[in-house]
Design a protein around this ligand. Structure first.
Ligand SMILES: NC(=O)c1ccc[n+]([C@@H]2O[C@H](COP(=O)([O-])OP(=O)(O)OC[C@H]3O[C@@H](n4cnc5c(N)ncnc54)[C@H](O)[C@@H]3O)[C@@H](O)[C@H]2O)c1
Length: 381
């Protein structure tokens, strides 16, 4: 099996690459333009493992269409921040000089997908789209009824929002805008992918992932929060609880990309079996799935902070940096996002194997071994 992984030197792409090279023995080609600060770090190690790394930009149609033929594409190239495209911060990794940040974002996240789809059409390659929980409506997320416990927001028992249960947000939850420019480029990518796959007959799986985390993530304030928080805590940089009263009660789920890789592997093998994949069969597993650590992996920012306090206290590396609170909510933030992955469990027998604690421990060890990681990720501003 020959895979093309776009954004292959990013956090998720690099872990998927290692998995498919080492666990499956598949051939892996990577495409990356290295716009994510830190992604260059992964290049040599992945080449040493046997991956072929091609420096190219998904916005460049000719560059993508002239790539060698592969059986499957796993699309992991995007600017994955809900704040992306909104301002022209000079530090913004994707802000091209003099260009509109929103247009730049759409070019990377949506035009890039169109070129990937043209590639799939040309080579009849299957496609796995790594999508996101941020395709769900910000307004609907804000209307979820919550109560406060000691350390986090929790769901109230009676919910009237469609697609919401005690297990979290299902695939039936509203995807009506506003979503964020990031969310809408991913949702539009999903729709285009469905249309292309149907029209040109290649297999497609869309995995909507919640928060993903693990060692080596290039955490910044607006994306990769666990790595960002731990590295800053450990090396005494200021931290802030932003919005919702400044208590750090916002809740997210947590998934390690290796668990996602396990599901993708099953999806690809299923599609490769003669006669099993069909665009029309009613008993076909759903194309679009939530993939997350689910309610068991849910945590609040305050709980993450308290975990850091227990692990590092204030003695090992000196007292932690100042913790401030900002009362005002950040744009497109949501108080509670936990994806319900029961459909993935029912259809594929899949559940996340790595616990939140294992993921956090892995990131903490990486933070201790890499004191320069915030500089590498450009996460000190
Ligand atoms: N990290 C998460 O919590 C999370 C959650 C849900 C979904 N996702 C999705 O997973 C995918 C990967 O996210 P990540 O966390 O690994 O992000 P990342 O920034 O670490 O990796 C993205 C990679 O894509 C590359 N890239 C971006 N635009 C490109 C372009 N135009 N051409 C070529 N390469 C380009 C970047 O250089 C980077 O190496 C994204 O599609 C994101 O939407 C991530």
């Amino acid at each position: 099996m020959r895979l093309l992984i776009t954004g292959g030197c990013g956090f998720v792409g690099s872990l998927l690459t290692k998995f498919f090279l080492s666990k499956e023995g598949w051939e892996v080609l990577l495409v990356d333009n290295f716009c994510r600060p830190g992604s260059e770090q992964n290049r040599r190690p992945l080449e040493c493992l046997g991956a072929t790394v091609i420096e190219a930009d998904l916005r460049d149609r000719n560059a993508i269409l002239s790539l060698p033929a592969c059986h499957w594409v796993i699309d992991c190239a995007a600017n994955p921040s809900v704040l992306a495209g909104l301002d022209a911060r000079p530090s913004s990794p994707l802000a091209s000089t003099g260009e509109s940040p929103s247009l730049t974002l759409v070019d990377h996240n949506l035009l890039g997908t169109v070129h990937v789809l043209e590639y799939c059409k040309r080579h009849l390659a299957g496609l796995v789209l790594v999508s996101t929980s941020r395709v769900y409506s910000t307004d609907a997320l804000s209307s979820v009824k919550l109560k406060s416990s000691n350390s986090r927001f929790e769901l109230q028992p009676e919910q009237t929002t469609a697609g919401l249960s005690s297990q979290g947000i299902s695939e039936l939850f509203s995807t009506a805008p506003p979503l964020s420019l990031y969310g809408v480029t991913k949702l539009a990518s999903e729709w285009l992918a469905r249309e292309y796959a149907h029209a040109f007959g290649f297999p497609l799986w869309i995995n909507r992932c919640g928060l993903m985390a693990g060692a080596g993530q290039f955490g910044r304030a607006d994306q990769g929060i666990i790595a960002y928080w731990m590295h800053r805590y450990l090396y005494r940089h200021p931290l802030s609880f932003i919005g919702y009263g400044g208590m750090g009660f916002q809740v997210r789920d947590c998934l390690h990309p290796v668990d996602l890789a396990n599901l993708i592997s099953r999806q690809i093998k299923f599609s490769a079996a003669p006669g099993s994949y069909s665009h029309t069969a009613v008993d076909q597993p759903s194309t679009t799935l939530n993939v997350s650590g689910g309610i068991e992996s849910a945590f609040s920012l305050l709980e993450l902070h308290q975990w850091c306090e227990r692990r590092w206290g204030s003695s090992k590396y000196g007292p932690p940096g100042k913790l401030t609170t900002v009362l005002e909510n950040r744009r497109y933030d949501a108080p509670w996002i936990v994806l319900d992955s029961s459909l993935a469990q029912r259809q594929w027998g899949w559940t996340a194997q790595r616990s939140k604690e294992e993921i956090w421990e892995e990131i903490a060890e990486h933070a201790e071994e890499h004191p320069d990681w915030l500089q590498i990720s450009q996460a000190l501003s």
